[in-house]
Design a protein around this ligand. Structure first.
Ligand code: HEM
Ligand code: HEM
Length: 183
């Protein structure tokens, strides 16, 4: 299996990073929902949860950049023959939404914590430099974009899964295999 996408299908890099992002997003959304609902006296455990959320979110941003590069560097495989023109439109818009969310989520989270003066202790060890001055309105804007981005992600993912699962489980066209190892 080649590393980059080609007319024969998605490359190994795209497939591997696709599933790395799925895992990272599952942890991020789960962790985000838990940590924002912790009691005020959660103490060190709460701080650790916030720190790992920020750390893994920035890792997800780096992965998204490599993924976008891989998509541009290779040749996009042709549409799966089982997709109708309507499915193709849904897939296209859903993928745009997913790519937008892959960047919007980490960037808005970063802006929120940096403009709010909370900072990022990367992996619990390295305090990242803060490129932003303390601006309450920017911190608040970052927070609402972060929450809105989560809703965009949910909508795009629902559309993405509706097509993938319908063609994999209901019609049994094996669409899921296009993103699994091998050809
Ligand atoms: C893949 C990337 C990310 C995803 C999917 C994600 C997802 C989420 C979700 C679902 C929430 C809960 C929203 C709520 O109910 O209020 C949240 C909250 C939060 N996220 Fe992220 N996040 C990501 C990256 C980041 C990054 C990179 C940072 C900072 C460097 C960050 C900082 C925060 C903070 C501080 C909160 C709490 C906001 C509040 O006070 O309500 N996130 N995130
Ligand atoms: C956060 C979750 C997800 C994101 C951000 C995401 C994103 C993407 C993107 C952008 C593509 C287009 C190829 C590329 O440029 O990488 C894609 C393709 C694909 N995804 Fe996902 N995806 C997610 C979850 C899932 C899940 C849970 C499944 C399976 C149940 C899945 C199955 C597929 C399949 C089969 C394709 C290939 C579709 C085709 O072109 O025939 N994805 N995904």
């Amino acid at each position: 299996m080649p590393l980059l996408n080609s007319a024969a299908g998605y490359g190994g890099l795209t497939k591997a990073l696709h599933w790395v992002v799925v895992a990272l997003f599952a942890v991020q959304v789960g962790g985000g929902l838990v940590m924002t609902r912790l009691p005020d006296d959660a103490g060190a455990a709460g701080d650790a949860l916030y720190n790992w959320h920020k750390t893994l979110g920035l890792v997800a941003l780096a992965v998204a950049l490599v993924r976008l590069w891989a998509r541009r560097a290779g040749e996009l495989p042709p549409w799966a023959p089982c997709l109708t023109p309507r499915d193709q439109r849904v897939v296209h818009h859903a993928e745009n939404g997913l790519y937008l969310a892959m960047f919007l989520m980490p960037v808005s989270g970063f802006v929120h914590v940096m403009a709010g003066g909370y900072g990022v202790l990367f992996a619990g060890a390295v305090a990242l430099p803060n490129p932003l001055p303390r601006w309450e309105w920017l911190a608040l804007a970052g927070k609402w974009v972060h929450v809105g981005g989560a809703l965009l992600l949910a909508a795009a993912l629902a559309a993405h899964l509706a097509v993938v699962l319908r063609h994999s489980l209901v019609h049994r066209h094996g669409l899921i295999r296009r993103m699994l190892p091998g050809r």
